[in-house]
Design a protein around this ligand. Structure first.
Ligand SMILES: O=C(O)CCC(=O)C(=O)O
Ligand SMILES: [Fe+2]
Length: 256
C-alpha cells in the first residue's frame, strides 16, 4: 500500500514529512487548509485583474524555475514582478504563502526559514497554475538538485512540493503519484518536450489525490507524478511552492 497521511494543520509533525521524503507514504493531505471562501476570494481577485501570463504556452502566474534553468536573470526579473502581483492577489485574505510557510516551519523546530535570495534578488514566492478542460500534466519529477544547478536553492538535501487547491474540477484532474523515485538511469526515457515515457510507471504502485478546493497536498516531487486530464467546465487552479531543507545549516528555503 502506498497511501497519503491525512492530518490537520495543527497535527502535522516532522515525522510525517520524513515519511514522504523517505517514500513510506505517497503524500500528506491537509483537508480544508484554506477556507473555501478564501479560495473563492483569490479566484475572484485574479479574474478581476489583468495579469500577464508567464509564457504563451502555460497558463501560469509567476515564473517556474524549472522553465528558466538557463535563463537565470530573466527568472529573477519575472519573479520580482510576480511577487508584486501576488501581494495584490492576496490583499483581502490571509496570505496562503505565509500560511504554508508557517505550517512547514512548525515541523522543523530546530530549523530557520531563511529568506530565499540570490545576489540580493528574491525567488518567486509561488506559482498559480490554471488548467482547463482537456489539459493534463505529463509524468515527471521535480528535482532542483539535478535540474537547477545554476541556482543556490539546488544545494539542499531534500525537496518537498506543496500544492494548494484553489479551485476544484468537476471531474478529472487527479494527481497520480507513483512509488518510484527518480534516478539518473531513467533519463533515457526522457520525452523531447517534457517528462518521461509512460512505460516507466507500468506495474508501479500508485496513489490518486483528488482536486478539492482548500486542500493542501504535500509530496516528495522526486517521486514520479502526473496530473490526469481535466474534464468539465471548472478549471483546476492551484498554488504551488517548493521547500528545500538544508541539514548542515539547518535552514529551510522556499521558491517556485
Ligand atoms: O498540481 C499538482 O497536483 C501537481 C503539480 C506538480 O507537478 C508538483 O507540485 O510538483
Ligand atoms: Fe511536479
Amino acid at each position: 500500500m502506498w497511501k497519503s497521511i491525512i492530518v490537520t494543520k495543527n497535527q502535522i509533525e516532522n515525522k510525517d514529512i520524513k515519511k514522504i521524503i523517505d517514500g513510506e507514504n505517497s503524500s500528506i493531505i491537509i483537508k480544508n487548509f484554506l477556507k473555501k471562501e478564501d479560495c473563492k476570494k483569490i479566484i475572484k481577485k485574479i479574474s478581476s485583474m489583468n495579469i500577464e501570463k508567464d509564457s504563451k504556452k502555460f497558463n501560469h502566474i509567476g515564473p517556474f524555475l524549472m522553465n528558466y534553468t538557463t535563463k537565470k536573470e530573466k527568472y529573477f526579473d519575472n519573479a520580482e514582478k510576480a511577487n508584486e502581483v501576488f501581494k495584490k492577489i492576496f490583499v483581502n485574505v490571509e496570505n496562503p504563502v505565509n500560511k504554508i510557510k508557517t505550517t512547514i516551519s512548525k515541523c522543523f523546530p530546530n530549523y530557520k526559514i531563511a529568506e530565499t535570495k540570490e545576489n540580493q534578488r528574491n525567488y518567486a514566492s509561488c506559482t498559480i497554475r490554471r488548467h482547463e478542460n482537456g489539459k493534463s500534466i505529463p509524468l515527471h519529477k521535480d528535482n532542483v538538485r539535478y535540474e537547477g544547478v545554476e541556482y543556490q536553492v539546488s544545494k539542499i538535501n531534500s525537496q518537498i512540493s506543496c500544492i494548494l487547491h484553489l479551485q476544484e474540477t468537476e471531474k478529472g484532474g487527479n494527481l497520480s503519484i507513483y512509488n518510484k523515485r527518480w534516478e539518473k538511469k531513467l533519463e533515457k526515457y526522457r520525452e523531447i518536450e517534457f517528462g518521461y515515457n509512460p512505460i516507466i510507471k507500468e506495474n508501479i504502485l500508485m496513489d490518486t489525490i483528488e482536486s478539492k478546493s482548500g486542500d493542501l497536498v504535500i509530496i516528495n516531487p522526486n517521486y514520479l507524478h502526473e496530473v490526469k486530464k481535466i474534464q468539465g467546465n471548472s478549471d483546476r487552479i492551484t498554488l504551488g511552492m517548493f521547500f528545500g531543507i538544508e541539514n548542515k545549516t539547518k535552514k529551510i528555503f522556499s521558491w517556485a
